[in-house]
Design a protein around this ligand. Structure first.
Ligand code: ACO
Length: 341
């Protein structure tokens, strides 16, 4: 078929910490309850990374190892590593460097990408550009966030929402019309104050005062973000469908960022999709920020078939939001043919 190189997902992988934090656990820590959390968010439990000295790179590297194992490639075949995260191990070096070292990906370069809950979507599109231009043959795109490291477990309005996880994909060139077809990506920095972490950067470096004022934790105006998230995600999903002449019948799966089940329900309604065609796992993991979308792909990998039309949609702090339309490139259980080198 066509000769234009598209970036296709050729493997997926993930890492979930073992420790579970249930709604019941949270109700013993703050003034909340299981019924409120389930009805307002859809979340039942989340995973928490425990153990001194373990950060985002620990989870990202393990997701990377699973991706390489499933694709049957060695670390030295990776050209680029992009880690989407808002909870890097350190301000610098980039988490991608730590992942590169742990994987032993001696021929790779890489970097971190910060776009909050749209991080994976933006990183996926950045990696796709490297594949489409021929500058890279194999790109690891990993979303990894240790949200528990910036969550205030005395604030009931945020601590019930977030969890820790890493998940990602391998991107390779496809010449058969599969892979990333189209994207709409947006930022609107005017909304930054509604969802942010003020302290620890160059504007407000860490001091006793920033710690006392809890500036090293997530701040969110939930109600304000909810409204723009519903509109932003639904608008962008509708736009990508219209641009590509897709109806609700054409889309095999919507892969939405998992921030709140009510937001996801609204986006699906706008797209004309029944909920059996929406990937939804927020009940088990909560909002894992950059990891939610590839975590869904991992959970649904065996229901996906070559050629399936998929729409990914995300909304996050910044504000950042967007949608990508892609065609899935392999069948469950089958390994895509190697393109070599
Ligand atoms: N348990 C019990 N009651 C609670 C809790 C809780 N955990 N949290 C808040 N409440 C109370 C509030 O205090 C409030 O009480 P009041 O009416 O007496 O003031 C009441 O419940 C309703 O609060 P709202 O904030 O209006 O609740 P809402 O229905 O909006 O749900 C939520 C809150 C879940 C945070 C929702 O606003 C939301 O999902 N927002 C968007 C999240 C999102 O999409 N973020 C973007 C991605 S995240 C990222 O980029 C890192």
């Amino acid at each position: 078929m066509g000769s234009k190189a598209r970036a296709a997902i050729t493997a997926v992988g993930h890492y979930l910490p073992e420790t579970r934090l249930t709604n019941q656990d949270l109700s013993e820590m703050v003034d909340t309850n299981d019924a409120w959390i389930r009805s307002r968010t859809g979340i039942e439990e989340r995973r928490i990374l425990t153990g001194a000295g373990k950060g985002t790179s620990y989870m990202a590297a393990r997701a990377g190892q699973e991706i390489m194992k499933k694709r049957g490639i060695s670390a030295d075949e990776i050209d680029t590593i992009i880690v989407a995260t808002v909870t890097p191990d350190m301000a610098f070096p980039a988490t991608a460097c730590l992942v590169q070292a742990e994987l032993g990906a001696q021929n790779a370069w890489g970097f971190d990408l910060s776009a909050a809950c749209s991080g994976f979507l933006f990183a996926l599109n950045t990696g796709a550009g490297l594949i489409e231009s021929g500058r890279a043959g194999k790109v690891l795109v990993i979303g990894s966030d240790k949200m528990s490291s910036i969550t205030d477990y005395t604030d009931r309005t945020t601590c019930v929402l977030f969890g820790d996880a890493a998940a990602g994909v391998l991107l390779e060139a496809d010449h058969d019309g599969l892979g990333l077809m189209d994207s709409v990506l947006n930022v609107d920095g005017r909304g930054w104050e509604a969802l942010c972490m003020l302290g620890g950067g160059s504007r407000y470096p860490a001091t006793h005062d920033t710690v006392d004022k809890k500036m090293h934790y997530i701040y969110q105006d939930g109600r304000a973000v909810f409204k723009v998230a519903v509109k932003g995600m639904a608008d962008v999903a509708a736009e990508i469908m219209e641009r590509n002449q897709l109806t609700g019948e054409d889309v095999r799966y919507l892969v939405p960022h998992q921030a709140n089940q009510r937001i996801i329900d609204a986006v699906a309604r706008r797209m004309g999709l029944s909920m059996d065609r929406v990937m939804l796992n927020i009940s088990r993991y909560g909002n894992t920020t950059a990891a939610t979308i590839p975590l869904c792909l991992c959970d649904w990998e065996h229901q996906l078939n070559k050629g399936d039309k998929i729409v990914i949609a995300a909304f996050g702090g910044g504000f950042t939001w967007g949608a990508t339309y892609l065609r899935w490139s392999y069948n469950p259980g089958s390994k895509k043919e190697s393109h070599g080198g």
